[in-house]
Design a protein around this ligand. Structure first.
Ligand code: GLN
Length: 230
């Protein structure tokens, strides 16, 4: 029997909790669209992955420092990130929404003047909020993970937060007492990021994604976490 070459093993950073893209299930295993997609692509393309849930900003920083090989974390493809990293083909489209405490009278950006708004460190939604800060005259407070950001709003410390639409909607559907008050803005696609040294891995991701889309696995993964309506 021919000797099989050892499969390459890559360390992939992800967010701590960013459901439905990554979260720990009741058996304390990491699951979600990103995790299932990454594992399925690794299987199809013949490489191994170790998933490290270190937090979004920490994962991006570690990738920049080349301490890990890739990031899959509901990471928006932006021109700045394309300069630093190789970003894969988009695998999911999102927009940014503003959410307020359920029952809040705030329904628009105009009502944020003089108020405190919670944002998440290093995120596209945070950058979007920051770009509106001057015009609408609000203060920001930053959090490293989404749950702490949401809780700053549910407890009333901040009046609003900014988050990717499907993630915000999923949190609300699973009990977070927040309400979305704006239409999705600043549309981006989510991509898998690698360092520029990992061009082969980036190519494998894109090739695997294509195959999973063609053979129905991609749709199955989306349906598993978001239902048929999505
Ligand atoms: N999509 C956002 C970004 O890329 C947020 C990602 C996240 O919080 N995991 O900045």
């Amino acid at each position: 029997r021919p000797v099989q070459a050892a499969e390459k093993a890559y360390v992939i950073g992800t967010d701590v909790t960013y459901a439905p893209f990554e979260f720990a299930n009741d058996k304390n295993q990491y699951v979600g669209i990103d995790i299932d997609l990454m594992n399925a692509i690794a299987k199809t393309e013949g490489f191994k992955v170790t998933i490290k849930p270190v937090g979004f900003n920490a994962a991006v920083q570690s990738l920049e420092a080349k301490q890990i090989d890739g990031v899959i974390a509901g990471m928006s493809i932006t021109p700045e990130r394309q300069e630093k990293f190789i970003m894969s083909d988009p695998y999911y489209s999102v927009g940014v929404v503003m959410a307020v405490k359920a029952g809040s009278k705030i329904t628009s950006l105009k009502q944020l003047r003089g108020q405190r708004v919670a944002i998440k460190t290093g995120t596209a939604a945070g950058a979007y909020a920051t770009s509106l800060q001057k015009k609408y005259g609000f203060k920001t407070v930053t959090f490293d993970d989404s749950n702490n950001m949401y809780q700053d709003v549910t407890t009333g410390n901040s009046v609003a937060c900014f988050e990717d639409s499907p993630v915000m909607q999923y949190a609300i559907n699973t009990g977070m007492k927040l309400k979305i008050v704006t239409k999705p803005a600043n549309a981006t696609g989510y991509g898998f990021a690698t360092t520029k040294e990992h061009a082969a891995l980036a190519r494998q991701f894109n090739a695997g994604l294509k195959k999973l889309k063609a053979n129905g696995t991609y749709s199955k993964i989306i349906q598993k976490y978001l239902g048929t309506g999505s």
